[in-house]
Ligand binder design. Structure first.
Ligand code: UDX
Ligand code: ADP
Length: 476
């Protein structure tokens, strides 16, 4: 084997590319990792001297970046140079669901993958292993391969060669570093055995042999979509049962525990909540639906599509319950939203249930105060597509004249004065320790607390006199 890997490039410094390369750089000190992105601001943030201002919040990430940045891990916008010097390139760019054209609303938009592949085709030198890391529809490797190969003609053909592999990432946000450090499995799909072995050699620096799986390229791509579809399906299943609990007097926590003890089912991913969010679940299921429809498997498509429908229904259901409990109207009522991220320990809001729920409440006229320890209010504004209510009194009066409600952000929890209700949407640790007795005194009576994440201490809330609605609890 004459070809060896020394320089690695990752195109895309996002939620996947950034943490993955950081962990790899920590584990493989003899390799150089160049993480490149077209987004100058994002790269500047990765290079920020203040390590607490990295663009992504992940427990443990800061410490790793401190150890590796500008040693064997580099963040830059010099895409061409990084491609030129790379022996192996991870493609880790965004692949959102298409908003228009063929497959709109279901299939992934591959324009960023295609642009990256074209850049690789143009600037790569010698032999290069190209690895798809982003979650991609099945048979994307084929697209990448055909773009790369189309540049190989005449003399060029002797100088440039490519091997395309699929190596999907299974990290979950909030536990990314833990997941990367101790993965359940590392999946490497491809046909070029030598390239597969070279990639596995990188992982073998910290992952045991028996956790590294070789498959063909399509199985690897489909396994990634299927993993996410199965996980999301468990959440839709438990959320549908949660609604049954609420009307029958059962308690979803007890039901989850009881079914999770069956080793065939297992106890993970059985927490009922406001609905799944995140960049992957919905997108991957819709990709699967598109694939099934494309091949004429209508029943299969309908089966998976229902997992997404139930999720949307669940988000709508929460907003409706709030309105119903507050006597059918929330117009001009102050409602505190605790948590906007799609899960705890991340600043990511993509597909967060909080977006839909907050929008519905604002539409009903509520005045929301949104708190989240990590999410930036600029991101909330972009997600809600509604400007925050101005702090200035005069400006806020005219603002209030509009029929719908409003929102405002708070970075502290000194926000309960005059509120009618509190809605817990993300399971941040700090919400577990709120002094409900103190909060109760500040709220308008009858005061309501809606806990969609089962984080509050039920006894303490009950003692405080605040009315409690707890997800999946029909016994309250
Ligand atoms: C997911 C997959 O877990 C990961 O393997 C893949 O690489 C990317 O997609 P992520 O979206 O980051 O990871 O987070 P995950 O922990 O899976 O949570 C997704 C959503 O499901 C969150 O909104 C979370 O709150 C929700 N969830 C999760 C529940 O509602 N209940 C649960 O029991 C678990
Ligand atoms: P993920 O969660 O999959 O990591 P993100 O949206 O967080 O997705 O990150 C993807 C990154 O890829 C973004 O920072 C985006 O600017 C970058 N990107 C997209 N296209 C290109 C490209 N052609 N070259 C370099 N970077 C790109």
């Amino acid at each position: 084997m004459s070809f060896s890997i020394k320089n690695i490039c990752c195109i895309g410094a996002g939620f996947v590319g950034g943490p993955t390369m950081a962990l790899m750089a920590e584990k493989c000190r003899n390799l150089i990792f160049n993480v490149v992105d077209i987004n100058k601001q994002r790269i500047a943030e990765w290079n920020n001297k203040d390590f607490s201002k990295l663009p992504i919040y992940e427990p443990g990430l800061e410490e790793i970046i401190k150890k590796t940045r500008n040693k064997n891990l580099f963040f830059s916008t010099e895409i061409e140079d990084a491609i030129r010097s790379a022996d192996l390139i991870f493609i880790s760019v965004n692949t959102p669901t298409k908003t228009n054209g063929l497959g709109a609303g279901k299939s992934s938009d591959l324009k960023w993958v295609e642009a990256s592949a074209r850049q690789v085709a143009k600037f790569a030198e010698g032999h290069t292993i190209v690895v798809e890391k982003s979650t991609l529809p099945v048979r994307t490797a084929e697209v990448i391969e055909s773009i790369l190969n189309s540049t190989l003609s005449g003399l060029n053909k002797d100088k440039k060669t490519f091997s395309v592999l699929s190596n999907p990432e299974f990290l979950a946000e909030g536990t990314a570093i833990q997941d990367l450090e101790n993965p359940d499995r590392v999946l490497i799909g491809g046909e070029d055995k030598e390239a597969m072995l070279l990639l596995s050699k990188i992982y073998k620096n910290w992952v045991p042999d028996n956790k590294i799986l070789f498959t063909n390229i399509w199985s690897s791509e489909l396994a990634k979509l299927t993993s996410n579809a199965f996980l999301a399906q468990r959440i839709s299943s438990i959320n549908s049962i949660s609604a049954i609990c609420e009307v029958t007097g059962a308690d979803i926590r007890e039901v989850s525990r009881a079914i999770g003890l069956d080793t065939r089912i297992g106890s993970k991913f059985l927490d009922s909540g406001p609905g799944f969010g995140g960049s992957c679940f919905k997108k991957d299921i819709l990709n699967l639906v598109y694939l099934a429809e494309y091949f004429g498997l209508e029943e299969v498509a309908k089966f998976w599509e229902e997992v997404v429908h139930i999720n949307i229904w669940n988000q709508k259901r929460i907003a409706k319950i709030v309105v119903k409990k507050l006597f059918g109207t929330i117009s001009q009522k102050k409602i505190i939203i605790l948590g906007f991220a799609f899960k705890a320990n991340t600043n990511d809001t993509r597909e967060s249930s909080a977006i839909k729920i907050c929008k519905d409440l604002i539409e009903e006229g509520a005045e929301l105060i949104i708190h989240d320890p990590k999410v930036n209010p600029i991101q909330i504004e972009a997600d809600l597509k509604i400007k925050p209510k101005p702090l200035n009194n005069e400006a806020s009066k005219t603002f209030l004249n509009s029929n719908s409600g409003s929102w405002r952000f708070s970075k502290d929890l000194n926000i309960f004065d005059g509120s009618h209700a509190i809605l817990v949407l993300t399971e941040w640790e700090e919400y577990k320790n709120i002094d409900w007795n103190y909060v109760a005194k500040k709220m308008v009576k009858p005061a309501w607390l809606f806990d969609t994440r089962s984080v509050v201490n039920v006894e303490l809330v009950k003692k405080s006199g605040i009315n409690l609605w707890l997800i999946g609890d029909g016994g309250i």
